[in-house]
Design a protein around this ligand. Structure first.
Ligand code: SAM
Length: 290
């Protein structure tokens, strides 16, 4: 099963390069390492077109969703964050600085081993305190892998709020896989932490006829590599029904303030309305057991 999903893994390099292009914290260090020391250990996308060269007059999707999710996590103290399919994302390093956060990175087997090596280098170079950072190989479509999360939470998560996060994952899953994913998370929360939270931007993008496409869109190339069509729900209502039917209560969080701040810091005010409209596609859904 893991082998089939590992076709999706080259997309992590794309996400990592996009974050490095926007100079997100630790992202350039990560890309430097995959271009040098760990070059042979990871497969890149074969062709980026002009994606990495083009100048942005908007906030790229990958950067926008990264900051939107960070913002949703920002005010939660004493949390036990489990990131599903964390790829080469630097979020755990950013959150380790926060008081009382334990962070569990999860990915498919080969990739999580590589991630651990990469982050260990950076932690060492920058003398970071990483005693609350853990790595697990998890396929969230396997119910038994939820028990691995239960186990580590029982060992290290006492009195902490369990928060499951992910970004850039569900669009690669078809509807049946999304259902399995949802039901596995329900199983996890019910058996581990009924007051836990599920935070993701992955439900915000819906299938559209007149899709707003940024200049840096390389979705067709990604589909070829992953051998998967991007799969979205038809509407917000359909998405909400899907979550309610699965025993969850969803709420969409505004990301307007965080995106306005980004617009200002990048002097993109001239394109503000377009950016704010596009940013609705990566608002965070805060989902709890109903
Ligand atoms: C587009 S990347 C996003 C990675 C990361 N969240 C980011 O934003 O950079 C999609 C990730 O999903 C992972 N993935 C795909 N199917 C998976 C599965 N069944 N179980 C665990 N991870 C999976 C891939 O390995 C890949 O890292």
């Amino acid at each position: 099963m893991g082998k089939e999903y590992s076709k999706i893994s080259p997309t992590v390099v794309f996400c990592a390069r996009m974050r490095a292009k926007q100079k997100l914290p630790f992202s350039e260090e990560i890309v430097n390492l995959i271009d040098t020391k760990f070059k042979e250990h990871i497969e890149d996308l074969p062709d980026y077109g002009n994606t990495l060269k083009s100048k942005s007059d908007f906030i790229p999707f990958i950067e926008g969703r990264y900051y939107s999710l960070n913002n949703a996590l920002m005010n939660i103290d004493n949390a036990f964050i489990v990131e599903i399919a964390s790829g080469l994302s630097p979020r755990s390093l950013e959150f380790l600085n926060k008081k009382d956060i334990t962070y569990v990175e999860t990915e498919l087997k080969g990739l999580i081993d590589l991630k651990e090596k990469i982050l260990t280098e950076i932690i060492h170079q920058k003398k970071l305190d990483a005693k609350n950072l853990f790595f697990l190989h998890i396929n969230p479509l396997e119910k038994r892998d939820m028990d691995k999360i239960r186990k580590i939470y029982a060992e290290k998560g006492k009195n902490k709020k369990l928060i499951i996060v992910h970004e850039g994952l569900l669009m690669y899953f078809n509807k049946n896989e999304k259902r399995i994913f949802r039901d596995n998370l329900k199983y996890l929360f019910e058996n581990c932490s009924k007051g836990g939270l599920w935070l993701t931007s992955d439900f915000s993008r819906i299938k559209k006829k007149d899709e707003i496409r940024g200049k840096e869109n390389i979705r067709d190339k990604i589909s070829q590599v992953t051998e998967r069509e991007f799969d979205y729900f038809e509407s917000e209502e359909e998405t909400k029904r899907f979550l309610k039917d699965g025993g969850f209560k969803p709420k969409i969080l505004s990301n307007k303030k965080v995106i306005e701040k980004l617009i200002k810091s990048k002097s993109l005010q001239f394109n503000k309305e377009f950016i704010l409209e596009s940013s609705k596609q990566y608002r965070i859904w805060k989902i709890e057991l109903s």
